[in-house]
Design a protein around this ligand. Structure first.
Ligand SMILES: NC(=O)c1ccc[n+]([C@@H]2O[C@H](COP(=O)([O-])OP(=O)(O)OC[C@H]3O[C@@H](n4cnc5c(N)ncnc54)[C@H](O)[C@@H]3O)[C@@H](O)[C@H]2O)c1
Length: 266
């Protein structure tokens, strides 16, 4: 097993991607701390995991609650080996209408919380017997390319990647690795919302098939497999990376040329 007895905190693990990451980590032998602003959802996921797990209600945007997350993890498991900063909130509103309060809400949860929760967890990782650990930050394809109306989200996700590189080089010599995963479109609530808003399921699928080279959305547990690898010793040489798990979405310039062009001779 990749993560035998490692203690791994996953934020936003009461549903969606975080729950998928928690499931894979638990299957791989980890003792998972399922943290979510929705305590009841965290409890339900923790109870469904194959290995002993701890559910904690935690708003990662609140500094005191971040501290309690670390304290309660230590009280139960005695150490922390990994942190997955997954909790995040989406945003879509035209730039010209976005308010300072909206900017601050997104940046607080999607960027600031990643920095300060990582800081608290790293202080613990360095103080414990066998110092070291692995941090995985869930960024997004938005760290590389943009959508109109997603300014605060795009800024936060690009910031998570840049900040992660800084932490990676600062902490490498102390045995802590920091990496980002940038998923493409996932089969979580957002995919349901997109389908519900589309005029027809078929039209919606056709559009997304053309925009995702592998021709499908990505399952939470597929990202969980990558996170488990990055949390394990098997990825010991990887730090400061941003790995795109997007089915080729950001590799593609346009889906296909709509007008036939003359073949280009060599
Ligand atoms: N869904 C996608 O297509 C997609 C693509 C790229 C990146 N991501 C990123 O993946 C992560 C998870 O996305 P998802 O689709 O599972 O979202 P989701 O909304 O389905 O789930 C997010 C979870 O985080 C929890 N949460 C929200 N605010 C929180 C807070 N302040 N403190 C603690 N928990 C909080 C929610 O209760 C929920 O359980 C996010 O960081 C998101 O930006 C998602």
């Amino acid at each position: 097993m990749l993560l035998n007895k490692k203690v791994i905190i996953v934020t936003g693990a009461g549903g969606g991607l975080g729950a998928g990451i928690a499931r894979v980590c638990s299957r791989e032998g980890a003792q998972v701390v399922v943290a979510d602003i929705r305590g009841d959802a965290a409890q339900a996921i923790a109870e469904s995991l194959p290995n002993p797990a701890l559910a904690l209600a935690c708003d990662v945007g609140d500094d005191d609650e971040q501290g309690q997350l670390v304290t309660q993890t230590i009280a139960r498991f005695g150490r922390i080996d990994g942190l997955v900063n997954n909790a995040g909130i989406n945003f879509a509103k035209p730039f010209l209408d976005t308010t300072p309060a909206e900017w601050e809400r997104i940046i607080r949860v999607d960027l600031r919380a990643v920095f300060f929760l990582s800081q608290k967890v790293c202080q613990q990782m360095l103080a414990q017997e066998r110092p070291g650990g692995s941090i995985v930050n869930i960024a997004s394809v938005h760290s590389q390319a943009a959508l109109p109306g997603a300014g605060p989200y795009d800024a936060a996700k690009a910031g998570v990647v840049g900040m992660g590189k800084s932490l990676a080089v600062e902490l490498a010599s102390q045995g802590i690795r920091v990496n980002a995963i940038s998923p493409g479109l996932l089969n979580t609530q957002i995919w349901q919302d997109i389908q519900d808003a589309a005029p027809s399921a078929e039209e919606c699928l056709d559009y997304w098939r053309a925009n995702i080279p592998i021709g499908r959305v990505i399952e939470a547990e597929e990202i969980g497999e990558l996170a488990a690898f990055l949390l394990s010793e098997r990825s010991g040489s990887i730090t400061g990376a941003n790995i795109f798990a997007d089915g080729g979405m950001t590799a593609q310039l346009i889906s296909k040329e709509p007008y036939a062009s003359r073949p280009l001779a060599g």
